[in-house]
Design a protein around this ligand. Structure first.
Ligand SMILES: CC(C)(COP(=O)(O)OP(=O)(O)OC[C@H]1O[C@@H](n2cnc3c(N)ncnc32)[C@H](O)[C@@H]1OP(=O)(O)O)[C@@H](O)C(=O)NCCC(=O)NCCS
Length: 184
């Protein structure tokens, strides 16, 4: 069914972008939704860019229980359909260890859209929602959000830079991911 909106009493058909914007949402992972996310995969060529979602959820468990790192895990949904996974941390110790970044940063730790759904604008919309969520200061105030990506991951790099993330090449060490920082 074609979606539409009422504008000043007139029914206006939604553009494709509006449909995406109104239907992409982040849902906190629960017992009921974790299986949705475990089924999502990236392509063979992208496996170097992001850990499998199962590993990410294990990482989240140990970060929380062993190190008391605040961590938020979300399914990315298009309406009721799971299309991706997002994991956000706060004040992770390796920001300082690896990159010399000060503590108290939010961290977009894992982010993926399933290979079947990429290239439709879902990643862009989910990243916007991720930043909106971080701006609510769920674990406390922070001045910055950071993330990192493999040097070969041009799609992710371009997406992050288009949002205003600033690449910190000066902090990058070979064999590591490139860090980038966003001023909240
Ligand atoms: C990075 C990722 C999350 C982007 O999600 P997505 O839903 O495919 O992205 P979108 O459709 O919202 O597109 C975002 C931008 O990337 C561009 N893009 C998407 N896929 C592309 C591709 N295969 N080649 C070139 N450009 C591409 C889009 O054109 C868009 O650019 P625009 O704003 O200039 O139009 C997704 O590609 C992914 O999951 N990759 C594998 C895992 C990964 O690398 N995660 C990030 C780890 S740091």
């Amino acid at each position: 069914m074609l979606q539409s909106f009422m504008v000043n009493g007139i029914l206006v058909p939604a553009t494709r972008k509006e449909i995406i914007m109104n239907n992409i949402c982040l849902e906190k992972l629960t017992w009921d939704t974790v299986d949705d996310v475990l089924k999502l995969k990236v392509s063979k060529e992208q496996k170097e860019f992001v850990a499998p979602n199962r590993d990410s959820i294990i990482d989240a468990y140990f970060a929380l229980t062993e190190e008391s790192i605040p961590v938020f895990t979300f399914g990315i949904y298009l309406g009721k359909k799971p299309v991706g996974f997002l994991m956000i941390g706060y004040d992770v110790p390796w920001a300082e260890q690896y990159y010399g970044l000060p503590r108290g940063y939010y961290y977009i730790w894992r982010f993926m859209i399933d290979k079947r759904y990429q290239g439709n604008g879902y990643g862009k919309e989910a990243l916007k929602l991720a930043i909106d969520f971080i701006k609510t200061s769920p674990s406390g105030k922070a001045e910055y959000c950071w993330l990192s990506y493999e040097p070969e991951n041009e799609v992710a790099r371009n997406l992050y830079l288009s949002f205003g993330f600033e690449e910190k090449k000066e902090l990058w060490k070979e064999d590591q991911e490139i860090p980038a920082v966003y001023k909240l």
